[in-house]
Design a protein around this ligand. Structure first.
Ligand SMILES: NC(=[NH2+])NCCC[C@H](N)C(=O)O
Length: 654
């Protein structure tokens, strides 16, 4: 049962006496921060009273308390401070409720009454290049949302909207035509294609950087001049001047640093004879690659054949990463799938008067938005925007979607604002559209994470490193065991896989998704603290209790009547367990898996405190022992279930 939802539904009708719109304040009923204010606390008396003349919030709170009847499961309500309403659950009710969970496979999480058809658009890499750490967030956050929604009973479709039609294909096609290593391609086509992509990318970056040199040098020259003039003419004892000088110097220094690192990478490439000669042979490689893409899009037979040949190979490469991460999609339609529909989309928008011509391009202009949404470029090409419009039409009409979540980088916020606004005008008014936006993964130095060679870090090597580091942690935990190590090398390896991958996912999920976060191996895998390792360990620890006591858990669960909550830590733990369903619903409503990580962390912590204070196997009395075993069992089940909804596995021992 969702206790929070139940409480809100009891208060909501009562509040109509003071407001027409109780749902606007009902969120102010929340779990309380501190048990001394009860289990839940309602703070809506203050804002409501503020709108009514001569009504003190405390008096209003008293009137509300008078009207709402919670006597079946709560203690008499208390009013505190300026008008808070403190709500405490009846202990025998909580106990009974907890007892019901013992036999409930779903741990109190009732499936929603009105399931929605939800499309989760996630991962969506551009597949012509190997996956890198930048793809991690969408994949992991999307997968967690997918799992939670599904568990809640929604009809969920995971769609990997891959970029399989973009400019990168032109790059591999160009590479294939000019730089192919035939033998390598025969042997391992996927790697050869990845190499070709990197090569063409590197060469076109080289020219872009080289071409930007004169401008960069000029900027530095101008800055230097400005600085010299200021130093020569202005009064250097003046505070303002000093400040200005300092600012200019800092700016100059940053620019000089950037320039020298650019020069260094250019000369590195030039030191490589082979690369240098390729760069010299194709000074306008970027344009040439773009032309290959244009030919592909225009239906050129040779390029289309190559594309058909390359696509499955590119997909194979990314599939390897998905397999390792245990990520699954219901469909992988991708951008190419929608190409035949794009002309109709534009025609329809024009016909409805939504799209108009502007400087040769076809655009949708929106009120209050400066940027137009370009659906067809001057040269006739359709855009990312057009594809997304066609995708929505397909999802609404063919998949019957009620809601679509786009788990995409925050840098695409503007695109989604324009997209959603266009779609409403286009007539899909009931469709719930949400950009589940997220920040970047930063390296330990606080900059976007890169390898030493300056490439983005490949996901495969990242996962390998995680597992390798986890192996050391797992060994450490095992070596430190009171009665000596108990795991074989093989077992340690298996556990390391679970801990390493879990650690990577958890570290990503635990942050408020909008913030950037720093990738930090030590923090990520730490045994203590807000990490998957800590929770996986808590889970294994409970299993250890049962193993040690030789207790059959299935059999234990039939002892339903023996739950007996006495100690405050037991009550707090039971309370937390009962909140599981409310947490999952909040994750689903806002697409925020960090609510779940946070909950699990608090749960594991409460368990730890309980376990320190309350002897379980050594409890004095049989009923207390059974009760505590039941509570431990429930905790472990919630931890396991919660982690599994985050896509994180657990091990029986650790
Ligand atoms: N429907 C969407 N636009 N989904 C997200 C696609 C992300 C795109 N492939 C990129 O890498 O930027």
């Amino acid at each position: 049962m969702n206790i929070l939802a139940e409480l809100r539904s009891r208060f909501e009708p009562v509040l109509t006496e003071w407001t027409d719109n109780p749902s606007s304040v009902i969120d102010m009923l929340k779990a309380s921060q501190d048990p001394k204010f009860g289990d839940y606390q309602a703070n809506f008396a203050m804002p409501l009273a503020a709108r009514i003349p001569d009504l003190k919030p405390r008096d209003l709170a008293a009137q509300i308390v008078e009207k709402v009847d919670l006597s079946d499961f709560c203690e008499p309500l208390e009013i505190a401070g300026p008008g808070f309403i403190n709500i405490k659950l009846k202990q025998d009710w909580l106990q009974e409720q907890t007892m019901q969970l013992v036999q409930d496979e779903r741990l109190g999480v009732v499936a929603v009454e009105a399931p929605q058809k939800v499309v989760v658009d996630f991962s969506a890499p551009n597949v012509a290049k190997p996956m890198h750490v930048g793809h991690l967030r969408s994949t992991v956050i999307g997968d967690a949302n997918y799992r939670v929604l599904k568990f809640l009973g929604h009809d969920v479709v995971g769609d990997n909207h891959i970029g399989d039609w973009g400019t990168q294909f032109g790059m591999i096609i160009f590479g294939y035509k000019h730089f192919l290593n035939e033998a390598a391609f025969q042997e391992e086509p996927v790697f050869e294609l990845a190499r070709l992509y990197r090569l063409v990318n590197q060469l076109s970056d080289y020219h872009a950087s080289k071409n930007s040199l004169p401008q960069k040098e000029q900027e530095i020259e101008q800055l230097t001049e400005k600085l010299q003039t200021l130093e020569g003419s202005a009064d250097q004892t003046d505070k303002k001047v000093q400040k200005q000088l300092k600012k200019l110097k800092a700016e100059l220094e940053t620019k000089q640093k950037a320039l020298s690192s650019l020069q260094e990478s250019l000369s590195q490439l030039e030191a490589n004879e082979d690369l240098k000669s390729k760069a010299t042979a194709f000074p306008d490689i970027a344009r040439l690659a773009r032309e290959e893409t244009a030919k592909l899009h225009a239906g050129d037979a040779e390029n289309n054949d190559l594309w058909k040949q390359f696509l499955p190979q590119c997909l194979d490469l990314i599939q390897g990463v998905y397999d390792r991460l245990d990520i699954h999609f219901d469909m992988t339609l991708g951008e190419s799938f929608y190409q035949p529909m794009l002309a109709d989309v534009v025609a329809d928008l024009k016909q409805k008067g939504l799209a108009t011509e502007s400087q040769g391009a076809i655009c949708v202009f929106m009120k209050g938005k400066e940027a137009p949404f370009i659906v067809q470029k001057q040269d006739g090409a359709f855009t990312y925007a057009t594809t997304d419009l066609a995708t929505i039409k397909y999802r609404a009409e063919e998949l019957n979607a009620d809601r679509i979540l786009y788990v995409v980088d925050s840098r695409q916020s503007e695109h989604f604002e324009l997209l959603f606004s266009t779609v409403k005008d286009w007539g899909y008014t009931d469709l719930e559209l949400q950009h589940v936006s997220f920040g970047s993964v930063l390296g330990e130095d606080g900059r976007p994470i890169k390898t030493r060679a300056g490439d983005s870090v490949g996901l495969d090597s990242l996962l390998n490193e995680a597992i390798q580091r986890a192996y050391n942690i797992v060994s450490e935990i095992d070596d430190d065991k009171h009665d000596g190590p108990e795991l074989s090398k093989e077992e340690r390896k298996q556990i390391a896989e679970v801990v390493g991958l879990g650690g990577i996912k958890y570290a990503d999920l635990k942050h408020n998704r909008e913030s950037d976060y720093r990738f930090d191996w030590d923090k990520m895998l730490a045994k203590q603290g807000d990490t998957a390792t800590y929770m996986q360990y808590a889970y294994a620890r409970v299993n250890g209790i049962f193993r040690k006591g030789g207790i059959d858990r299935e059999e234990l669960r039939t002892h339903q009547q023996s739950l007996n909550l006495i100690e405050p830590t037991e009550i707090a733990l039971a309370m937390k367990i009962n909140r599981y369903s409310e947490i999952l619903e909040s994750v689903a409503a806002e697409a925020r898996p960090n609510y779940l990580t946070n909950y699990l962390y608090e749960l594991a912590d409460l368990f730890s405190t309980f376990y320190d204070v309350c002897p379980v196997l050594k409890a004095d009395d049989e009923t207390v022992r059974t009760s505590r075993l039941l509570l431990s069992d429930l905790t472990a089940r919630v931890v396991q279930n919660g982690l599994s909804l985050l896509g994180i596995r657990t091990c029986e021992r650790m």
